[in-house]
Design a protein around this ligand. Sequence first.
Ligand code: HQG
Length: 216
Amino acid sequence: MLPMRVCGEPDSGFHKLSLQRAPPSNSSLTAMTKDLAKIDDISRYLSYILRHEPEAIGLHLDTEGWADIDSLIACANRHGQPIDKAIVHAVVETNKKKRFAISDDCRRIRAVQGHSTSTVQRTFPEMVPPEVLYHGTATRFLESIREQGLKAGSRHHVHLSLDISTAIAVGKRYGKPVVLEIQASKMSRNGFKFFRAENDVWLTDAVPPQFINIID
Ligand code: HQG
C-alpha cells in the first residue's frame, strides 16, 4: 500500500479503497470497481491539465509545474469536470507510477514529469545514470529513430526507464512495442546530462543513434 498523506482532506469512500482490510462484499466490490474507474478517468484528466493544457480550464501553473489545489478544483468544476479534494488525493495516492505529487504544505499539486506546456520548465537534479537505461517505443518509429536518434517530441525530455518491463508497457501505447537499450553511462561520459524525476523516470534531452541498441 502506498503511504497515505495526512492533509486533512475530507473523508470519503475513495479512501476506504486503500484502508479496507476485510474481504469486500459483492456490492462493495462493484462500488470499488466504479471508484477505480473514476480514479483512472480523473488521473487522465489531471495528466492532460497538469502536463499539457492548463489553459484549457484557465489554471495557472508555476514554472515548477505546481498548481493550487483549490484553484484546480474550482477551474475543473467550472469547465464541466466535477472533482473534489478527496478524489484528487485518491488519484495521487493510488497512482502506481507516482505520476503526481502534492506539496509538503498540502496546498499544491503537480505532475512529476512528462510536461509539454511551455509554462512549465521543471528543474530536476542532474544524476549520473546507470550503465544502461531503456526506452519503449513502437516498431513503426524505428526507421526514423535509427536516423535521428530519440527526440523529446512535444514533451520536454526523452523518457527512459530502469527496467525493460516498463519500457514494453510504454511502447505498447503506440503499437507493436520494441525496447531500445540506451548506453546511458557512455552518453554521460560524453557530456550528455541525465536527470531523475522523483518517481524514478530518467530524463535526457535527446539520444543520438550511436548510443541506441535495439533489443530483439
Ligand atoms: C517516439 C508515459 C520517431 C518515442 C510513459 C515515443 C512515459 C520518435 C514517441 C512518458 C523519435 C513520443 C513518456 C524519432 C522519439 N522518430 N519517433 N526520432 N524519437 N520517438 O508519449 O516516451 O503513463 O511523448 O519513442 O510511461 O512514449 O503518461 O513519450 O514513442 O514515461 O505517466 O515518439 O509517458 O507516462 O511519445 O512516454 P511520448 P514516451 P504516463
